[in-house]
Design a protein around this ligand. Structure first.
Ligand SMILES: [Zn+2]
Length: 291
């Protein structure tokens, strides 16, 4: 995304280092993400949009889609692999080869709408995964849980009104992208939180809004848009979560998955820009996914 941009390669190094120092890495199986195919991306994005993004990929330097979102010569390939990670994770979890998966990918995806890149996001990775579950694995009910501090406007754009998919989220409001507070469809359970909110407000929203909706839907597989920028140390936003909150919410989701989805959870990295807090938070998330 260019120098000094918070969505930087060091984010993945911070996660990898912390998993090693916490002693968890030895318990993980690592996979290399394949590129998502054009057909897999086209389940989510319009063909004209895909052609526009491909044409925008520069031979050198940076091409800015908006002031936050740029392409370098390698971004398009990285974005194809990021979306492909969700396809592979879905295959592994749907076939029973893994019970849970975490996709350590960049760029993130949840701001990417059907026909618009924005907010550091080119392809909507979690949507590509969910569509793959619905299209290729005969799964009929999918839940997407988004605890990034920013509203997942892209995921809402793709799935609003699609009764096969339930989206539950919390996000700081008002904050970029300033969406999520309108009730656009019955399958969207978006809970805004005021700046300064912390553990109590977050856990109350999860207990009172997410969990009843998830129990009613009985998803066959859970997807997590796992952004960690609601952490109190994050420089881009003003919520006050800690690693303990990420561990708690992951345990709650594991319990839902155990009741309804044979334990199947595919989680993918969205935001999280304090490198130390990101590494610690992902480690606690993965510790709970491992069980
Ligand atoms: Zn975010």
């Amino acid at each position: 995304m260019g120098p000094y941009h918070p969505e930087c390669p060091d984010r993945l190094n911070a996660i990898g280092d912390r998993l090693i120092s916490a002693g968890l890495d030895a318990y993980l199986r690592h996979y290399t993400a394949p590129m998502a195919t054009h057909a897999q991306l086209a389940r989510v994005h319009g063909r004209e949009y895909l052609a526009t993004i491909e044409a925008a990929s520069p031979a050198s330097g940076l091409h800015y889609i908006d002031p936050d979102t740029a392409l370098c010569p390698h971004s398009l390939d990285a974005a194809r692999h990021a979306a492909g990670a969700l396809v592979l994770a879905t295959d592994l979890v749907a076939r029973g080869e893994c019970m849970t998966a975490f996709c350590a990918v960049r760029p993130p995806g949840h701001h990417a709408e059907r026909n618009r890149a924005m907010g550091f996001c080119l392809f909507n990775n979690v949507a590509v995964g969910a569509m793959h579950a619905l299209s290729a694995h005969g799964i009929k009910r999918v839940a997407i849980i988004d605890f990034d501090v920013h509203h997942g406007n892209g995921t809402e754009d793709v799935f609003a009104g699609d009764s096969r998919v339930l989206m539950v989220s919390t996000f700081q409001h008002p904050l970029y992208p300033y969406s999520g507070t309108d009730n656009v469809a019955a399958n969207m359970v978006n809970i805004p939180l005021a700046a300064g909110s912390g553990s109590h407000a977050f856990r109350t929203a999860v207990r009172e809004h997410w969990l009843p909706a998830l129990e009613a839907q009985q998803p066959e597989i859970l997807y997590v848009s796992a952004g960690f920028d609601a952490h109190r140390e994050d420089p881009l936003a003003g919520l006050k979560l800690t690693e303990a909150d990420y561990a708690w919410v992951t345990r709650e989701l594991v319990a839902v998955a155990d009741r309804h989805a044979r334990g199947r959870i595919v989680s993918t990295l969205e935001g999280g820009y304090s490198l130390s807090a990101l590494g610690r938070s992902v480690t606690e998330h993965i510790r709970e996914l491992l069980g």
